[in-house]
Design a protein around this ligand. Structure first.
Ligand code: CO
Length: 137
Protein backbone atom coordinates (compact mmCIF):
# COMPACT_ATOMS: atom_id res chain seq x y z
CA UNK A 1 0.00 0.00 0.00
CA UNK A 2 1.70 3.18 -1.13
CA UNK A 3 0.03 6.55 -0.88
CA UNK A 4 2.33 9.41 -1.82
CA UNK A 5 0.37 12.60 -1.16
CA UNK A 6 -3.06 14.19 -1.10
CA UNK A 7 -3.84 14.56 -4.80
CA UNK A 8 -6.91 16.70 -4.21
CA UNK A 9 -9.75 17.62 -1.93
CA UNK A 10 -13.19 17.36 -3.49
CA UNK A 11 -15.49 20.19 -2.44
CA UNK A 12 -19.21 20.18 -3.21
CA UNK A 13 -20.61 23.55 -4.29
CA UNK A 14 -24.02 24.63 -5.50
CA UNK A 15 -22.59 26.70 -8.32
CA UNK A 16 -19.10 26.84 -9.81
CA UNK A 17 -19.88 30.28 -11.12
CA UNK A 18 -20.53 31.51 -7.60
CA UNK A 19 -17.78 29.55 -5.85
CA UNK A 20 -14.86 30.19 -8.23
CA UNK A 21 -14.65 33.95 -7.49
CA UNK A 22 -14.22 33.17 -3.78
CA UNK A 23 -11.18 30.98 -4.47
CA UNK A 24 -9.76 33.42 -7.01
CA UNK A 25 -10.51 36.80 -5.50
CA UNK A 26 -10.40 36.03 -1.78
CA UNK A 27 -7.79 33.25 -1.66
CA UNK A 28 -5.77 34.32 -4.68
CA UNK A 29 -5.80 30.90 -6.35
CA UNK A 30 -6.25 30.44 -10.07
CA UNK A 31 -8.79 28.13 -11.65
CA UNK A 32 -6.79 26.37 -14.37
CA UNK A 33 -9.39 23.97 -15.70
CA UNK A 34 -13.13 23.41 -15.87
CA UNK A 35 -14.25 20.00 -16.98
CA UNK A 36 -17.50 18.07 -17.09
CA UNK A 37 -17.35 14.44 -16.01
CA UNK A 38 -20.56 13.05 -17.52
CA UNK A 39 -20.12 9.67 -15.89
CA UNK A 40 -20.27 11.29 -12.45
CA UNK A 41 -22.86 13.95 -13.33
CA UNK A 42 -20.59 16.77 -12.26
CA UNK A 43 -18.85 19.81 -13.56
CA UNK A 44 -15.45 20.30 -11.92
CA UNK A 45 -13.18 23.29 -11.46
CA UNK A 46 -9.54 22.79 -10.49
CA UNK A 47 -7.11 24.88 -8.48
CA UNK A 48 -3.59 23.98 -7.53
CA UNK A 49 -1.90 24.69 -4.23
CA UNK A 50 1.56 23.13 -3.90
CA UNK A 51 1.26 19.60 -5.21
CA UNK A 52 -2.34 19.38 -4.02
CA UNK A 53 -5.41 20.39 -5.96
CA UNK A 54 -8.84 21.55 -5.01
CA UNK A 55 -11.62 20.02 -7.08
CA UNK A 56 -14.86 21.99 -6.87
CA UNK A 57 -17.82 19.86 -7.81
CA UNK A 58 -21.15 21.13 -9.09
CA UNK A 59 -23.90 18.67 -9.88
CA UNK A 60 -25.26 18.61 -13.43
CA UNK A 61 -28.23 16.50 -12.37
CA UNK A 62 -30.63 17.04 -9.44
CA UNK A 63 -30.45 13.27 -8.79
CA UNK A 64 -26.64 13.16 -8.90
CA UNK A 65 -24.52 12.26 -5.86
CA UNK A 66 -23.26 15.83 -5.40
CA UNK A 67 -26.80 17.23 -5.51
CA UNK A 68 -27.87 14.66 -2.91
CA UNK A 69 -24.84 15.42 -0.76
CA UNK A 70 -25.62 19.17 -0.72
CA UNK A 71 -29.28 18.49 -0.02
CA UNK A 72 -28.35 16.44 3.05
CA UNK A 73 -25.26 18.17 4.36
CA UNK A 74 -24.92 21.47 2.56
CA UNK A 75 -21.89 22.67 0.64
CA UNK A 76 -18.51 21.55 1.91
CA UNK A 77 -15.70 19.02 1.79
CA UNK A 78 -16.96 15.96 -0.06
CA UNK A 79 -13.96 13.66 -0.43
CA UNK A 80 -10.23 13.28 0.07
CA UNK A 81 -8.18 11.86 -2.81
CA UNK A 82 -4.85 10.16 -2.20
CA UNK A 83 -2.29 9.63 -4.92
CA UNK A 84 -0.80 6.19 -5.49
CA UNK A 85 1.37 4.59 -8.16
CA UNK A 86 -1.25 1.82 -8.62
CA UNK A 87 -4.94 2.07 -7.83
CA UNK A 88 -5.55 -1.60 -8.60
CA UNK A 89 -2.84 -2.73 -6.18
CA UNK A 90 -4.39 -0.57 -3.44
CA UNK A 91 -7.88 -1.90 -4.15
CA UNK A 92 -6.70 -5.50 -4.00
CA UNK A 93 -4.90 -4.94 -0.71
CA UNK A 94 -7.74 -2.99 0.86
CA UNK A 95 -10.35 -5.51 -0.17
CA UNK A 96 -8.23 -8.32 1.25
CA UNK A 97 -8.11 -6.35 4.53
CA UNK A 98 -11.89 -6.07 4.59
CA UNK A 99 -12.33 -2.45 3.50
CA UNK A 100 -15.59 -1.88 1.61
CA UNK A 101 -15.04 -0.57 -1.90
CA UNK A 102 -17.36 1.47 -4.07
CA UNK A 103 -15.22 0.67 -7.13
CA UNK A 104 -13.57 -2.73 -7.47
CA UNK A 105 -11.58 -1.56 -10.46
CA UNK A 106 -10.23 1.87 -11.43
CA UNK A 107 -12.30 4.08 -13.72
CA UNK A 108 -11.58 7.35 -15.51
CA UNK A 109 -11.98 10.50 -13.48
CA UNK A 110 -11.37 14.17 -14.20
CA UNK A 111 -7.98 15.08 -15.72
CA UNK A 112 -7.61 11.56 -17.15
CA UNK A 113 -6.71 10.06 -13.78
CA UNK A 114 -7.55 6.47 -12.92
CA UNK A 115 -9.66 6.65 -9.80
CA UNK A 116 -11.60 4.51 -7.35
CA UNK A 117 -13.67 5.27 -4.28
CA UNK A 118 -13.69 3.50 -0.93
CA UNK A 119 -16.93 3.26 0.99
CA UNK A 120 -17.30 5.84 3.81
CA UNK A 121 -18.69 3.09 6.07
CA UNK A 122 -15.18 1.64 6.11
CA UNK A 123 -13.28 4.92 6.34
CA UNK A 124 -14.68 6.57 9.48
CA UNK A 125 -16.96 8.80 7.49
CA UNK A 126 -14.49 10.20 4.98
CA UNK A 127 -15.38 9.44 1.40
CA UNK A 128 -11.96 8.40 0.12
CA UNK A 129 -10.75 8.42 -3.46
CA UNK A 130 -7.48 6.93 -4.58
CA UNK A 131 -6.02 7.94 -7.89
CA UNK A 132 -3.08 7.41 -10.16
CA UNK A 133 -1.86 9.52 -13.01
CA UNK A 134 -1.31 7.24 -16.01
CA UNK A 135 0.86 9.96 -17.60
CA UNK A 136 3.37 9.82 -14.77
CA UNK A 137 4.57 6.31 -15.54
CO1 CO B 1 -12.06 13.66 -6.77
Amino acid sequence: MELTHIEHLGIAVKSLEEAIPYYEEMLGLKCYSIEEVKDQKVKTAFFKIGQTKLELLESTDPEGTIAKFIEKRGEGVHHVAFSTPSVQTCLNELEAKGVRLIDKAPRKGAEGLNIAFLHPKSTHGVLTEICEDPNKK
